[in-house]
Design a protein around this ligand. Structure first.
Ligand code: NAD
Ligand code: UDX
Length: 479
């Protein structure tokens, strides 16, 4: 059996590496039109893979060259494949009908047309990308109408990916579930059984869920919407905590012990980020609007609106705390990635927070252990939703003189009026805050957007601390 995956990104790379690692008898080839990305996946020992993910390098090294290959020869490998995973980006549309909400399926359709044009043997085509419900129907039409050989059959499956960045290898090794949706026809069920047999190499049967195509497609959007909704819900409560003197971590713990609610995904934060949550909710909103479910659309839209509110609220807290002016003040930004243990900055809340601060005249000095200077400048210069459209990237972004990127947290904080924590990197907890305090302007502020620091200790040192959803420092209270 030969498996080919179109798209060597955050999903295609790790998922295929895991399949190859667990199924040594299956040949797995990951193809991409981005030559630089393929080259990076093929780097030999000592060089960094194109994405940072704990444990990924070991898995890649064990399988690469044995039964795992990365190539830009898309046509050759797709033509030879039995199962073709499609794991291309499905970003939010930036122009035309549905701009700012609908999923842009240009890359998906391009991949489908290519599969059809090179196929001389029948194939199982697997939707790995997150797509709107009913996409399989459209893709099937594209495949059937564009293949010259009438004997070639395509069977489409939906197999959405649930890994989270930073824990991808763990999530792939012991998944909560693998979801496969297929047609309820004989050939559809046969295809489903083939894909199931791949996962059965390491995933127990009871964790492989089989549904119809539309349920699988919609389950992925729903899972992300529900996860994001929990964060927005707890974030609204963080605002209420600050207004009342309650502590959001105590509230989250108290409600999380109710087994019906559960303890996970209740960390109040400066806002959720990442390439998936906002994009997938907006996509869901667009689908609901399209079928006339306005109230349902409004409900899910509010999850994104609250997320924007939370980022804006954080910026306003900083400005208000610093005597309503941050113009010309140096503010250290610790963390830029959308969460710890990844170098990914897609839709990171740091972008909106940094833009909000610089709009008010602040000078930012940014440090993140895994994000490059070039990436930060590019992110802060790229218009909303444009980041995931390859054709618009690659151009050199203008650099704002208000932004400096450094390679050390101490350097970032030196001479600063305030420190903001925007990513929950473990190393920030271990910083010597006495030393940092001595090097800062006074009063010295800390704005903890992830609630990871020891706030009592910081106050003892002399800092004025704002912690999300925590009783307000008397210094920060109005009046
Ligand atoms: P990505 O941008 O990292 O990777 C997509 C890759 O596809 C890019 O390298 C791009 O060059 C390539 N590509 C685009 N069109 C192509 C074509 N026609 N032929 C060959 N290569 C092509 O994206 P990602 O984060 O891996 O996400 C991929 C999909 O998986 C999206 O639909 C996303 O919503 C979904 N998803 C992402 C995550 C995540 O954590 N990142 C998790 C679950 C699901
Ligand atoms: C998410 C889903 O979790 C995953 O199942 C899906 O496949 C892809 O989208 P990811 O975006 O990689 O994964 O990371 P996730 O851990 O979900 O975090 C998303 C954002 O929410 C991050 O910015 C994170 O910091 C934030 N978050 C998460 C919170 O603010 N509070 C929480 O309690 C949890």
């Amino acid at each position: 059996m030969k498996i080919v995956c179109i798209g060597a990104g955050y999903v295609g790379g790790p998922t295929m590496a895991m399949i190859a690692y667990k199924c040594p008898e299956i040949q797995v080839v990951v193809v991409d039109i981005n030559q630089a990305r393929i080259d990076a996946w093929n780097q030999l020992d000592g060089c960094e893979l194109p994405i940072y993910e704990p444990g990924l390098e070991e898995v890649v090294q064990a399988a690469r060259g044995r039964n795992l290959f990365f190539s830009s020869d898309t046509h050759k490998h797709v033509a030879e494949g039995d199962i073709i995973f499609v794991s291309v980006n499905t970003p939010t549309k930036t122009r035309g009908v549905g701009a700012g909400k609908a999923a842009d399926l240009t890359y998906w359709e391009g991949a489908a047309r290519m599969i059809a044009s090179v196929s001389t043997t029948s194939k199982i085509v697997v939707e790995k990308s997150t797509v709107p419900v009913k996409t399989a129907e459209a893709i099937e039409k594209v495949l059937r109408r564009n293949c010259a050989d009438p004997n070639v059959q395509f069977e489409i499956l939906s197999n959405p990916e649930f890994l989270a960045e930073g824990t991808a290898i763990e999530d792939l090794t012991v998944p909560d579930r693998v979801l496969i949706g297929g047609k309820e026809t004989e050939s559809g069920q046969r295809a489903l059984a083939v894909l199931k047999s791949v996962y059965q190499h390491w995933v127990p049967d009871e964790r492989i869920l089989c549904t119809n195509l539309w349920s699988a497609e919609l389950s992925k959007l729903t899972a992300n919407a529900m996860l994001a909704q929990r964060i927005s819900s707890v974030n609204t409560i963080s605002a209420l905590c600050e207004a009342t003197g309650a502590d959001v971590q105590q509230v989250a713990h108290s409600i999380g012990t109710d087994s019906r609610i559960g303890p996970k995904f209740l960390n109040a934060s400066v806002g959720f980020g990442g390439s998936c949550f906002q994009k997938d909710i907006l996509n869901l909103v667009y689908i609901c609007e399209g079928v006339g479910l306005k109230q349902v659309a409004d409900y899910w839209q509010s999850v994104v609106s609250i997320n924007d509110y939370q980022k804006q609220r954080f910026v306003e807290r900083i400005i208000e705390a610093m005597f309503n002016t941050i113009s010309g003040k140096k503010i250290a930004v610790l963390g830029f990635a959308f969460k710890k243990d990844t170098g990914d900055t897609r839709e990171t809340p740091a972008i909106d927070v940094c833009k909000g601060l610089t709009q008010d005249g602040a000078k930012l000095v940014i440090y993140d252990p895994k994000v490059t200077e070039a990436q930060i400048h590019q992110d802060l210069a790229t218009p909303k939703f444009e980041w995931d459209h390859p054709q618009s990237s690659g151009t050199k972004s203008p650099r704002s003189s208000a932004i400096t990127v450094v390679e050390d947290a101490y350097e970032a904080c030196e001479g600063a009026h305030g420190i903001t924590i925007l990513t929950e990197w473990d190393e920030f907890k271990k910083l010597d805050f006495e030393k940092i305090y001595a090097s800062m302007m006074k009063p010295a502020f800390v704005f903890d957007g992830r609630n990871i620091l020891d706030h009592a200790k910081l106050r003892e040192i002399g800092y004025i601390v704002y912690a999300l959803g925590k009783p307000l420092d008397p210094f920060l209270k109005r009046g």
